[in-house]
Design a protein around this ligand. Structure first.
Ligand code: MN
Length: 209
């Protein structure tokens, strides 16, 4: 996903809108993907439209090289490229494949870092609840393959901090308000059932930092 460049396209969901029921509801998925993600894609394209010198820059290059961009578009590109990157990761990072525990070297590293997968989930949830306002909670790896739970505000991305994302949850209110109103904890509990753990395992195997 980070290899695409202008003109950015709306990534199709890798599953149907109702695939994550009953944990994540169909209407939330429709609005989150078709409206929220689409708006980030459209705004990113409109920011870059009159700047052809950046049309071959990938999403990741735009995010990591944001300070090379003209002041006139810097903030708009940062926010909207971040919105595209984070949402594509978040949607890809969910699945109804039914996998409940990470295996392989990610499973082992989670056990050794956090004590167990259940203890990891408790810490991840506590961190997700601590995000004030809008943002994300991530499991990331540093270049030494050490795992950490971090948060990012708004549409900031972990790749610009030298961190490789393993999994993430979107805790903007639009991710859960239709079903859970203001109760973010219920949403996090449901989200644990639909984490694409196969993708998380692959992300950890393929750390590219
Ligand atoms: Mn979102």
């Amino acid at each position: 996903m980070e290899k695409q460049h202008y003109k950015f396209k709306l990534m199709p969901l890798p599953y149907s809108y109702d695939a994550l029921e009953p944990f994540i509801d169909t209407l939330t998925m429709q609005i989150h993907h078709d409206r929220h993600l689409k708006t980030y894609v459209d705004n990113l394209n409109s920011a870059l439209e009159n700047y052809p010198e950046y049309h071959n820059w990938t999403l990741e290059r735009l995010l990591c090289g944001i300070n090379c961009l003209p002041e006139t578009i810097k903030i708009k590109v940062k926010n909207n490229a971040g919105g595209v990157y984070n949402h594509e990761f978040f949607f890809m990072n969910m699945s109804n494949n039914g996998k409940k525990q990470p295996n392989g070297i990610l499973g082992e590293k989670i056990n050794c870092t956090f004590g167990s997968y259940d203890k990891f989930k408790a810490m991840f949830k506590e961190t997700a609840l601590s995000v004030f306002g809008s943002g994300y909670t991530w499991l990331v790896s540093d270049k030494h393959r050490n795992l950490r739970i971090i948060t990012t505000a708004n549409q900031d991305v972990p790749v610009t901090q030298g961190m490789c994302p393993i999994m993430c949850v979107d805790v903007w209110e639009h991710a859960y308000y239709l079903k859970h109103f203001n109760v973010r904890a219920d949403y996090i509990n449901q989200w644990f059932n639909v984490i694409n753990l196969k993708m998380a395992e692959e992300n950890y195997l393929n750390i590219y930092i």
